[in-house]
Design a protein around this ligand. Structure first.
Ligand SMILES: Nc1ncnc2c1ncn2[C@@H]1O[C@H](COP(=O)(O)OP(=O)(O)OP(=O)(O)O)[C@@H](O)[C@H]1O
Ligand SMILES: [Mg+2]
Length: 300
């Protein structure tokens, strides 16, 4: 069965989407079968991996986007999967093994206009749909917005593991603390829908530091994060094996450029674009992070 992982932090802009897209690409390059769900109505991951023109066709009426599974009788997750999503200029497949279920802006309706059967909350419907396809993948990843409203709940309820992208600053630490608190509340709220076969609710397995600038000492924020993580582990609000990942992702221009080019960083040079200084280094960071995630044992 696939390992199912949500990337989430209550702090916005810490690099959740950049981390998940580039780590998903690195996992696929290591030969893993990866499916990425975009659960953020901003659609950043979808626009990035599909490029704007292709994504616009999905956004026009929401056909093919994740929200369509929550409209009764409309769509099945298996019909929304875009196989080998990353394409080159002439439509050639650049990254076999990385699939995407995109979102469009209509996902916001899940938070406001949606009036489904309260006995079958969206996260339960979503869990059941993912169960039909998960045996096809090694990793299923969920890019969540910075909250635990209904869209994020789908990812969190379905996940076995939660990773927290963070910057080395006080606001990320606050975001992490809030996340753990809200996660606990959501697990209590959803407990009656969790059957034994689903396993235990996902806990935080790790914090991943992102956008680390050269020459900046992050020992103090790292120590504060470690102390908070230790407190949560002691209180059983984080997994016993939860850790700050050894791999941290450096700040590099190519990460920002890759979005505009519609490619994960590992493929930017394939398209012959100017990658700026440090590109190989940050590509290596994502590769190391992917290897560290492969080695992380969520059962420990
Ligand atoms: N390692 C990095 N080096 C340089 N820039 C980065 C890096 N990681 C992320 N960024 C930039 O930081 C900004 C925020 O990143 P991103 O959109 O991934 O954050 P997010 O946490 O997903 O945001 P949101 O909360 O809005 O979903 C983007 O402009 C992105 O290009
Ligand atoms: Mg994002």
């Amino acid at each position: 069965m696939a390992r199912k992982i949500s990337f989430i932090n209550y702090k916005g802009g810490v690099g959740k989407t950049s981390l998940i897209v580039n780590t998903a690409a690195a996992l696929a390059k290591l030969g893993k079968k990866v499916l990425l769900f975009d659960f953020d109505t901003q659609s950043n991951a979808s626009i990035w991996l599909m490029k704007l023109e292709r994504w616009n066709k999905v956004n026009v009426d929401g056909t093919g986007a994740i929200y369509s599974i929550f409209e009764p009788g409309k769509a099945q997750v298996k019909d929304l999967i875009i196989k080998d999503v990353v394409e080159g200029k002439s439509g050639e497949k650049l990254l076999p093994g990385l699939d995407l279920v995109p979102t469009s802006f209509n996902l916001v309706d899940l938070e406001s206009e949606y009036t489904g059967d309260p006995k079958r909350p969206p996260y339960l419907q979503f869990y059941e749909q993912v169960a039909t396809i998960e045996s096809n993948y090694d990793f299923i990843l969920f890019d969540c917005p910075p909250n635990i409203l209904r869209a994020s709940q789908c990812g969190v309820f379905t996940s076995n593991e939660i990773y927290v992208p963070s910057n080395p600053d006080a606001l990320s630490l606050i975001g992490f603390t809030l996340l753990v608190e809200k996660l606990h509340k959501f697990h209590q709220l959803s407990a009656s829908f969790r059957k034994a076969a689903m396993g235990v609710p996902a806990q935080v397995q790790g914090v991943i530091f992102n956008s680390i600038k050269a020459g900046v000492d992050i020992e103090v924020p790292k120590m504060r994060m470690q102390l908070r993580l230790n407190q949560f582990r002691t209180a059983k609000r984080a997994a016993a094996a939860a850790k700050i990942f050894n791999t941290q992702i450096r700040d590099a221009m190519i990460v920002r450029r890759a979005v505009a080019l519609g490619l994960p960083v590992a493929l930017v040079s394939v398209e012959g674009a100017d990658v700026g200084p440090g590109a190989d280094n940050v590509i290596n960071d994502y590769r190391k992070l992917a290897s560290e995630i492969i080695q992380q044992n969520p059962a420990a």
